[in-house]
Design a protein around this ligand. Structure first.
Ligand SMILES: [Zn+2]
Length: 255
C-alpha cells in the first residue's frame, strides 16, 4: 500500500495559527481511499452557498483549487474516479467539502456522526451532502485496538483499518487507524488541533477546542486516551491530526 499525506486546504482566522487540512490518500493496486476530504472544488466554486459567510469568516476558510484532494490526486497521476472509499473523521465543513468531487465513492462514517448530520445540527453544511453520498455506517463494535474500541473498515479490498471512536469534538467524531508497514498510523482528526495538546492543557488552542466541542468532557476523555496511547505504545503507533502544519512529513506537497 502507498500512503500519501496531503494538505487539502488552508484555514486562517488570526490570532489562531494557520491551520492545515491534513488528509491521507491510500493507494493499493490502483484503487484509492481518502481519509477526510478537505475543502473541495464545489466549495471553491460557491463558497457562500456551500459553507456560508459566517463560517468562512469564523474559521478563516481560504480557497485554493491546487490544494483540493481532486487536484492532488491528478497531480500524482491517478484518476479521481479511482477513489472507491472515503473515511470521514466527522462531517464538519472543512473535512467534508471534497466529498462531492468523488460522488461514486463509499463514504464511511460512525452511526453517531451520521445521526448528528441528520439531526439538523447547524455546525454542518447540508449543501455539502446534497449529492447524496453513498453512506456506509459503522456501529459499535466489540473489537479492540490497543484497548480502544475499533470498528473495522473494509476498504481497498481488506486493508487493516479501523474507526476509533474519539467522541467530543462532535458526538460521532472518530480517529482512523491504518496499518502502514510495520507500524500503525492513527489519524486523530480534530481530537487535537495541535500536537502540543498531547502534553499540555495550557496552550491557547485548548480554549478554541473547548469552544468548538459538542461535549467538552467527552473531548477531554478522548484526549487522555490518546495521551495514554502515546505513553504506552508510542513506538508502535504514529499519530497525526488534521490541522497541525508541523505534522506533515517532509515530502508532503501543497503546503
Ligand atoms: Zn476541523
Amino acid at each position: 500500500m502507498n500512503l500519501y499525506h496531503l494538505n487539502c486546504g488552508l484555514l486562517h482566522a488570526p490570532p489562531n495559527p494557520r491551520a492545515a487540512c491534513h488528509c491521507l490518500l491510500l493507494e493499493q493496486e490502483g484503487r484509492l481511499a481518502l481519509i477526510d476530504t478537505g475543502i473541495g472544488l464545489h466549495d471553491i466554486a460557491d463558497p457562500a452557498g456551500r459553507i456560508g459567510e459566517f463560517a468562512i469568516e469564523a474559521a478563516g476558510f481560504q480557497f485554493h483549487e491546487g490544494l483540493t484532494a481532486a487536484r492532488h490526486i491528478e497531480q500524482r497521476g491517478y484518476q479521481v474516479g479511482a477513489v472507491t472509499d472515503i473515511v470521514l473523521t466527522h462531517a464538519d465543513p472543512d473535512h467534508a467539502g471534497g466529498l462531492a468531487d468523488f460522488p461514486t465513492a463509499a463514504v464511511h462514517v460512525s452511526v453517531e456522526e451520521f445521526a448528528q448530520l441528520q439531526s439538523g445540527n447547524p455546525r454542518y453544511s447540508i449543501s455539502q451532502f446534497a449529492h447524496q453520498p453513498n453512506w456506509v455506517l459503522h456501529d459499535t463494535s466489540s473489537e479492540q485496538w490497543f484497548g480502544m474500541e475499533a470498528r473495522p473498515l473494509s476498504i481497498l479490498g481488506g486493508t487493516d483499518a479501523y474507526l476509533i471512536p474519539l467522541f467530543g469534538h462532535t458526538l460521532g467524531h472518530c480517529g482512523v487507524v491504518v496499518r502502514d508497514g510495520g507500524r500503525w498510523l492513527l489519524h486523530v482528526g480534530d481530537a487535537y488541533y495541535l500536537r502540543v495538546e498531547l502534553t499540555t492543557d495550557d496552550h491557547p488552542v485548548s480554549a478554541l477546542a473547548t469552544l468548538r466541542a459538542e461535549d467538552d468532557a467527552q473531548r477531554r476523555r478522548s484526549l487522555s486516551n490518546l495521551r495514554r496511547l502515546v505513553q504506552l505504545h508510542g513506538t508502535e503507533v504514529e499519530l497525526c491530526g488534521y490541522h497541525d502544519f508541523t505534522e506533515f512529513p517532509q515530502e508532503a506537497v501543497g503546503l
